[in-house]
Design a protein around this ligand. Structure first.
Ligand SMILES: Cc1cc2nc3c(=O)[nH]c(=O)nc-3n(C[C@H](O)[C@H](O)[C@H](O)COP(=O)(O)OP(=O)(O)OC[C@H]3O[C@@H](n4cnc5c(N)ncnc54)[C@H](O)[C@@H]3O)c2cc1C
Length: 762
């Protein structure tokens, strides 16, 4: 038994810890910063004030992780963020296709605890900062669960807390609210009447119990549902983040008034549930019960810290290039009325860009606290640009950039700003790219990679002639297009499978995107109108056009109810059909027509359909397009951009094989393989289910052999984008062979890149 005499005062147990990097906040930006750094050998302390990781994506708040893919409702093709966030989303889709938020918590805890260089402190809140000059020396945090005070010391700090508690206490320059229109010439800068801050939201989940359930609301529930102007939009079957517009607090201090805002949101949530259960308007809710109500509000916006550059609307909309780009975003500029759920206005004001935008390194560190990185939603952006950078996959991407920058800081003895000023940005970009973080305009060039020095041979290559197999017919009720990667020069004649229900005029056009790498078909190269008779037929379309550069072309068919188009179940890496359809979830109404002074573009949306839909159009061409050549393996881009950038095997090749041969023996310790886990799929993490656990393009089985045919590594259940093979014992060989299997009869095997090294290269 422990017995203590009465004493005047006692102190908390105190533990001192040191690391190379302290990451405060375990949302996705903090998690991805910590994992990226830890994998490169950085000792990380990850301090999270809650019992689980993930921040707004966790089971405490339950928001689906989104980014540049924008629910597949914008024109950003193959734009899912790469690196650690890709690994997490692919893993979550594999283990949790139902979107259970508790399983996502588990996966994040699993990923973090697998890293021996991360020490994780859960339930531990940072509340104090100790400084010397313009640097943070230590932070102090308290864990309520073990009654322990932690003093945490490191040369580098990353504030990923959402509200920026570290930056705030350290005296870092910040802003809260919205800039005037003039400061950055932003057409979307809001008026004071619209409001200058986005509010918090709190969600509920309901469940069918199979028998009638009564609900008696608490006294504090909203009693008059008509106080919510949009109350008619409630629907008994919608819950969770579909009710994102149940928002409040944009006129308050979203840091210090958070408890007040939470009570108002609880009032609203229980009021909504009372309305659904007891108004008599929702008989279908008879058997429903409340399964869960959020206890922690999801915070959208509070402080934004100032770095050496503030990203603003024009950077996004004009897709400005930055030499120090380390990440990209692609969500719309998505602002909300400050009155939230009580506003008469639409719940959001979303305008999209024509393509993805770059995020420069200068926005990721504090301009006046020299050892402080700022991550996630607090980066150096204007209120308007924040409307797009704030989504979680983008925040995670930002976190990864910071995690990797800390490696250079440690290796070269640099402060965050010095990575830029002392000329290490290209090195940072290369290190990120080599770990899956695609950065627009950056090509991978790695002197240590042995593959470019080898003679590459492959057992076959898909000599692409489109698709001539018709598996199904679909009515052309919506304007449809096939997106094909085509080489520079004369365009092939396209043969299109068509079934006309009666004689009609078939209207087609050939479009491309004005800007390389975009998928907004804003340039019409040719149009054709063809009179066709009733019945199944093949139409030959010769646009008579030559392409100045290799690029994707859109073969567009105007809607025509009298026509059916042939579709195929065959799929190929980097090839998609797209439709001029509507996706209200992301303010896509087929065409974006903004007000004249908003400073955003007018354009059409052409988006793919989700599988099992989204088949390719049965369009073939006699002139083959050699776009899946083995040269793609070393072209330095590991995802489809202006071309598919993949080597694809011939589907008739029973054993697709790649051989890499050198004149002399090479020592090989590490092999990196980059497969196609479908960067076009948004992989929403919760609420929304997915029809597949493994992406149809992804090679599942592969074998690695040395020059004598000895198997040095094999795998038969891959589902990830990236495979990093580190051999226990380095092999010495003149030849490396990789045998892969086609993912299925309908999808030929594809690889974006193979890299190999004599030593471990992280
Ligand atoms: C209602 C709502 C809807 C949204 N919709 C979407 C959507 O559909 N998809 C999407 O991707 N994004 C969405 N967003 C935006 C997105 O959720 C946030 O911008 C994003 O979570 C910010 O990431 P972060 O890592 O910076 O912060 P957070 O996710 O907030 O994580 C910060 C973490 O730091 C922790 N922390 C805070 N203070 C301390 C402290 N003192 N000590 C230690 N830890 C601390 C917090 O507990 C939290 O876990 C939405 C946001 C809201 C609120």
């Amino acid at each position: 038994m422990k017995k203590e005499q009465a004493s005047a005062k006692r102190d908390l147990t105190k533990i001192n810890l040191t690391a190379d990097l302290i990451v405060a906040g375990g949302g996705l930006s903090g998690v991805c910063a910590a994992i990226t750094a830890a994998r490169q050998g950085i000792k990380v302390l990850l301090v999270q004030d809650r019992p689980v990781l993930g921040g707004n994506s966790s089971s405490e708040v339950r928001l689906w992780i989104l980014g540049a893919t924008s629910h597949m409702g914008n024109n950003n093709r193959w734009a899912r963020e790469g690196g650690v966030i890709d690994e997490i989303l692919v893993e979550n889709t594999y283990r949790n296709p139902e979107g259970n938020p508790l399983i996502l918590d588990m996966i994040l805890l699993d990923k973090v605890t697998q890293e021996k260089n991360i020490q994780l402190l859960l339930n531990t809140a940072v509340f104090e900062v100790d400084k010397e000059g313009d640097q943070i020396k230590s932070i102090t945090a308290f864990c309520s669960q073990n009654s322990t005070l932690y003093q945490l010391q490191a040369p580098l700090f990353c504030d990923a807390t959402g509200d920026g508690i570290v930056g705030f206490l350290a005296g870092a320059a910040f802003r809260m609210g919205a800039e005037s229109k003039d400061e950055f010439d932003e057409g979307m800068a809001p008026t004071a009447e619209y409001g200058e801050l986005l509010g918090h939201s709190l969600y509920f989940y309901s469940k069918d119990t199979g028998r009638p359930v009564k609900f008696t609301p608490p006294d504090f529930a909203l009693s008059d549902i008509t106080e919510i102007p949009r109350f008619r939009q409630f629907n008994a079957n919608e819950f969770g983040c579909k009710l994102w517009w149940v928002e409040y607090g944009g006129r308050l201090d979203t840091v210090h008034d958070t408890e007040k805002i939470k009570w108002e949101l609880w009032k609203v949530v229980y009021g909504i549930w009372n309305h659904i259960k007891n108004s008599g308007e929702f008989p279908e809710a008879e058997n429903l019960t409340l399964e869960w109500v959020g206890t922690i509000p999801g915070k959208r916006e509070s402080r934004r810290f100032e770095g050496d550059y503030m990203l603003s609307q024009k950077d996004l909309i004009e897709q400005r290039s930055h030499e120090d780009a380390v990440a990209f975003g692609g969500w719309s500029i998505d602002l909300h009325p400050a009155d939230g759920v009580y506003s008469e206005r639409p719940g959001c004001n979303q305008w999209h860009g024509k393509g993805i935008f770059e995020i420069p390194y200068r926005t990721l560190y504090s301009k006046n606290i020299s050892n402080l990185f700022i991550a996630g939603r607090i980066i150096s952006v204007s209120h308007v640009a924040f409307g797009a950078t704030r989504v979680m996959a983008t925040c995670a991407y930002i976190g990864q950039s910071i995690g990797m920058a800390t490696v250079l800081c440690k290796e070269e003895g640099l402060l965050p700003r010095e990575v830029l000023t002392k000329g290490y940005i290209q090195q940072l970009q290369q290190k990120l790219s080599l770990n899956g973080q695609y950065i627009p305009g950056v090509n991978i060039q790695d002197q240590l990679d042995l593959i470019p020095q080898s003679e590459i041979s492959v057992s076959s290559t898909l000599n692409f002639r489109g698709f001539d197999r018709v598996d199904l017919w679909k009515s052309l009720t919506t304007a449809s297009a096939q997106l094909f990667p085509i080489l520079k020069g004369e365009l092939p004649v396209f043969n299109i499978a068509v079934n006309a229900l009666k004689p009609t005029t078939f209207k087609t056009s050939l479009r491309i995107s004005e800007r390389a790498g975009n998928f907004t078909p804003d340039q019409v190269l040719a149009t054709k109108e063809i009179e066709i008779q009733a019945g199944e037929q093949t139409i030959n379309l010769d646009f008579g056009v030559a392409l100045p550069e290799a690029s994707y072309v859109f073969i567009v068919f105007d809607a025509n109810d009298d026509v059916q188009l042939g579709f195929t179940e065959e799929r190929v890496t980097g090839v998609l059909s797209v439709f001029n359809s509507i996706n209200k979830a992301v303010s896509n109404f087929g065409k974006q027509t903004p007000p004249a002074d908003a400073g955003v573009d007018e354009f059409e949306f052409w988006c793919p359909q989700r599988r099992p839909q989204g088949q390719n159009l049965a369009i073939s061409f006699a002139m083959p397009q050699p776009i899946f050549e083995k040269s793609n393996l070393t072209n330095g881009i590991d995802r489809p951009v202006s071309q598919p950038n993949a080597w694809v095997a011939d589907p008739r090749d029973f054993s697709p094989t790649l051989n890499f041969e050198w004149d002399e023996e090479k020592k090989i310790k590490q092999i990196d393989l980059w497969f196609d886990a479908d960067f076009d799929h948004p992989m929403e993490s919760v609420l929304m289910g997915h029809p597949e656990t493994v992406m149809p393009f992804c090679v599942r089985k592969y074998v690695v052999k040395d020059q004598f045919g000895n198997v040095v590594f094999e795998k038969d259940d891959n589902f990830q984008t990236h495979q990093r093979i580190i051999l226990d014992e380095a092999m010495v060989t003149k030849k490396l062979t990789i045998e892969i299997e086609h993912p299925s009869e309908l999808v030929p095997a594809a690889i974006f890149a193979v890299r190999c090294y004599s030593e471990i290269k992280l």
